[in-house]
Design a binder for this molecule. Structure first.
Ligand SMILES: [Zn+2]
Ligand SMILES: [Zn+2]
Length: 250
């Protein structure tokens, strides 16, 4: 399995805008972050988690010309609004691409992207919605998922083998955190150092890491308040910020 960080920025990306650099060293390319998404290559299939507004460029940079399935974490636009760019993936490969999503985001996605899922006038649909189960197989790959809290809404954590992806995390429900024990890689959202109403702060995320002890942890969904080098200096061993284009072989 290979995991590529397509983007690891928060909803604004990083930097915020020209001359709006927050705390980051603008000369460090690793501080330039597009919106959060990953590509998982597993058992000869390309699985995309979320369609960020930067999707077209992210797939271009990755030299990716085929997506076999999309898994959605939640409906927020920084995780969904690149969806129209999937049309190229459908056209190139002449196929309708499955989009796995939780039931609670289905109606909004169908409403916002009717032409994509149902077709419109001269345009045929190019994706189909598949309702998410807690545990399912996509071809030869077993995928598990459960909801975690993100303030007023929930987000899906996805687990494939000993890898898990938990973006936009405020807290876990009940004993769900136990499902993330014995990971080789955990990619987890860290918006900024301070807690946010919908995102856990640095200390809480570190507490989760200390409890779970993944072999490696990477941060994603980072704002321009988090400088790569400064953040690395505060991290324990085997914990570090991701950067766009980073690939991890598992
Ligand atoms: Zn987000
Ligand atoms: Zn969100």
């Amino acid at each position: 399995m290979k995991v590529r960080i397509l983007g690891c920025g928060g909803s604004f990306g990083s930097p915020l805008a020209w001359g709006k650099n927050g705390n980051i060293d603008i000369n460090d390319p690793k501080n330039h972050r597009t919106r959060s998404s990953i590509l998982v290559k597993v058992n000869n299939k390309n699985i995309l988690i979320d369609t960020s507004p930067d999707l077209r460029n992210q797939l271009y940079e990755a030299k990716c010309t085929n997506i076999d399935a999309v898994l959605y974490t939640h409906v927020h636009s920084d995780h969904t609004s690149g969806l129209p760019d999937m049309r190229a993936m459908s056209l190139i490969n002449n196929k309708i691409i499955p989009a796995y999503m939780p039931n609670d985001m289905k109606s909004e996605m169908e409403l916002c992207y009717k032409y994509i899922f149902k077709g419109e006038k001269d345009y045929l649909p190019f994706m189909k919605i598949i309702e998410l189960n807690n545990s399912f197989n996509f071809h030869d790959t077993h995928i598990e998922t459960f909801k975690h809290n993100h303030g007023s809404i929930d987000v899906q954590t996805y687990k494939i083998g000993k890898f898990a992806y938990s973006t936009d995390l405020k807290k876990f429900y009940n004993s769900d955190i136990e499902k993330l024990k014995n990971l080789d890689l955990w990619i987890v959202g860290l918006l900024r150092y301070d807690p946010h109403p919908s995102h856990a702060g640095f200390n809480q995320i570190l507490d989760y890491i200390k409890y779970l002890k993944p072999k490696k942890t990477l941060f994603t969904h980072m704002t321009a308040l988090l400088d790569q080098k400064e953040l690395i200096s505060k991290c324990p061993q085997n914990v570090e910020p991701a950067y766009d284009g980073l690939e991890i072989e598992l």
